[in-house]
Design a protein around this ligand. Structure first.
Ligand code: LLP
Length: 428
């Protein structure tokens, strides 16, 4: 089970990542700082790609950009042979800027605006259809001669056991079309000369540790492909099984071994298709967290230590809920460490951020090696859903992001400045 980025280690009590001394990263780029380990991202991609190549070559892995997207990450992902799942005009624009070709982009969203749809239709990406209104909007806006590929997002009606905010497969979810209603939509697409029904998609939720709900998806979607074949005489080419594979954040997490899981999944899918007598569809997965989550760390400086006698000791850091909203949103847990190991005494700390919100606590009563004001601490597994959900609360600047590989560090997102914060303001 991967607990720290692949290349993270202590040498002579100094933490290193990607062959770079973390203390040097701090001196050069300041804190708070997001650091991404390229090697971990590469290996996480291989965990999906290698077993697919071996067991199910007609497949594609889409990185879910919502986990963490900028031009450099899109370029890296593209160079590693993955495609991209985008879920807003902004993510799509980032992918276009990174020169990801349209056939490698899949556009999600439950309420795509007309402007977003126009951009998607113009660039010629595959649209992941969420509802009937969206289809009507596409038909109205699609004026060119291009053939637009559509994959419909179905509600699998599987209740995955994860935090209620990140469950998406159940019937009352805001995402997707329920299987009964999908017939009307399928008919409309099939009858339209400039639309192509490429396949179906389902995503059951996020941070899932159990294989069972993924396997259940096969039992639901493959017979559904068969039903569509019987009803409309078309055999869908693509089966997209979403993302959602959980990662290790703390000791309560027991993630799937991806290589083994994918291998088992392919076997089960092949069996089910054989049983239902349908041709093997192209298999797509769209993981986000399991590609970048474990690759990221956040570095903070300890600005003050406040001891409340007999109750707790707060350790104040120079970031918090605005750069990592997961603890306040989902009660997420993290592992913490120090940049330099000075002594072996551990103490209990509550790690609090600098934002004006009592809930801005990154961890309650955790054991950490004793630190002093001015020391630096590390939070592990912050590569996913940290920067992408970061805010400027209290008019704080969002941190920079650095990519490390082969003993080199490169800034891939600059630190915001006060000028950036007021850039869009207009005086009265
Ligand atoms: N595909 C679809 C359609 C999705 O909605 C998502 C995530 C993914 C793929 C990627 O899921 P992943 O492999 O990253 O679990 N902010 C929350 C997570 C929200 C996930 C939204 N959808 C968090 O920080 O836990």
């Amino acid at each position: 089970m991967q607990k720290t980025p692949r290349t993270f280690k202590y040498i002579d009590n100094n933490a290193f990542i990607g062959g770079v001394k973390i203390q040097q990263l701090i001196e050069k780029f300041k804190t708070p700082l997001y650091v991404l380990d390229q090697k971990t991202i590469e290996e996480n991609c291989q965990h999906f790609m290698d077993p697919l190549k071996k067991n199910y070559p007609n497949s594609e892995v889409l990185y879910a950009g919502k986990a963490n997207l900028n031009i450099a990450i899109a370029q890296l992902i593209n160079s590693l042979g993955l495609s991209l799942d985008v879920s807003s005009g902004g993510e799509l624009y980032t992918a276009i800027k990174a020169k990801v070709s349209p056939e490698k982009i899949y556009f999600h969203g439950n309420n795509k605006t007309h402007e977003e749809l126009e951009l998607a239709l113009d660039y010629g990406v595959t649209v992941m259809l969420d509802n009937l209104q969206e289809l009507e909007n596409i038909i109205k806006l699609h004026t060119s001669a291009k053939l637009i590929s559509i994959i419909i997002r179905l509600k699998p009606e599987i209740d995955a056991h994860t935090h209620k905010y990140i469950r998406t497969g159940q019937l009352d979810s805001k995402f997707g079309i329920d299987r009964k209603q999908a017939y009307e939509i399928i008919k409309k697409i099939v009858d339209h000369p400039k639309l192509k029904l490429a396949g179906i998609h389902s995503h059951i939720g996020s941070q899932i540790f159990d294989k069972a709900p993924f396997f259940e998806l096969i039992d639901i979607l493959v017979p559904y492909i068969k039903q569509i074949k019987d009803e409309f005489g078309i055999e869908l080419e693509v089966l997209n099984c979403g993302g959602g594979m959980g990662i290790y954040y703390s000791d309560k997490d027991n993630p799937l071994q991806i290589t083994e899981f994918i291998t088992d999944f392919c076997l089960k899918l092949k069996e089910k298709c054989h049983q239902e007598k349908i041709a093997l569809p192209k298999l797509l997965f769209e993981p986000g967290r399991s590609i970048v989550g474990s690759a990221g760390i956040t570095l903070y400086k300890v600005g003050a230590i406040k001891e409340i006698e007999g109750i707790k000791t707060y350790l104040f850091v120079d970031g918090g809920m605005a750069d990592n909203p997961r603890p306040i949103l989902y009660q997420a847990k993290h592992v913490f460490g120090t940049v330099i190991k000075r002594n072996k005494i551990t103490k209990k700390y509550s790690i609090a951020g600098k934002f004006c919100e009592s809930g801005d606590i990154l961890a309650e009563n955790i054991s950490l090696e004793e630190v002093n004001v001015g020391d630096y601490i590390i939070v592990f597994a912050t590569g996913a859903y940290n920067y992408s959900m970061a805010s400027n609360y209290n008019r704080n600047c969002r941190p920079a992001m650095v990519l490390v590989a082969n003993k080199k560090a490169k800034v891939i997102v600059k630190r915001e400045s006060y000028g950036d914060l007021t850039r869009l303001d207009i005086e009265i």
